[in-house]
Design a protein around this ligand. Sequence first.
Ligand code: DX5
Ligand code: ZN
Length: 227
Amino acid sequence: MSRASIIAPSLLSADFARLGEDCLRAEAAGADWHHVDVMDGHFVPNLTIGPAVVRALARVLTLPLDVHLMITDPWTYGPKFLEAGAAGIGFHAELLVDDLARSDARTLLAEVERQGARRCIAINPATPVDVVRPWLDDLDMVLVMSVVPGFGGQAFMPDVLDKVRTLRDEYRFEGDIQMDGGISRETIGLCAEAGCNVFVAGSALYGASCMETEIDEFRRVVAEVAA
Ligand code: DX5
Ligand code: ZN
């Protein structure tokens, strides 16, 4: 089965002093989505942006805003990001520790679907993939983290590729599988080979001397794997 390949530059590596302009540069370079890393200084030891910034970006950008919530309370803030213009909401599986959290998660997923946005659950490198198994029927995408979340520019962890294979070969998950962390022209082929079709890259794209050339190179490597 062939799935669309999506290249999603992470605006965490964009110039925050010129965020709108830098994201427009990603659009001109041929990106498919903007990946928006939201951090609360609690779930991860870093703080980034809130719904007000997403709302402002949604006014000037054309491509979908794929919001990755690295926060302990996506149940409260997820709907605010939706309202601000998010095209997709991802929250972390590590939060699903009790019945209350699982019930909040079901409510949020239903709301995301109701608004016509994309439902995603993310898993950290240390989290086993079977935690998402009971949720797969209600997800459009699984986000497999290939670095410990919190910061851009970290090295890709190849061990997580096994989770992608399990999702595709054993669980028969037909939705999108997104890889996030340390993606470059050197690592994207491994991800595609394992079964990923959505590729997030921060430093490798925003830090490239020519983002368009880099996105073209990403697509060339992915196409080569598919051939
Ligand atoms: C990490 C974020 C990633 C990050 C990726 O916590 O979720 O999206 O921006 O950055 P690179 O591609 O530089 O590893
Ligand atoms: Zn991310």
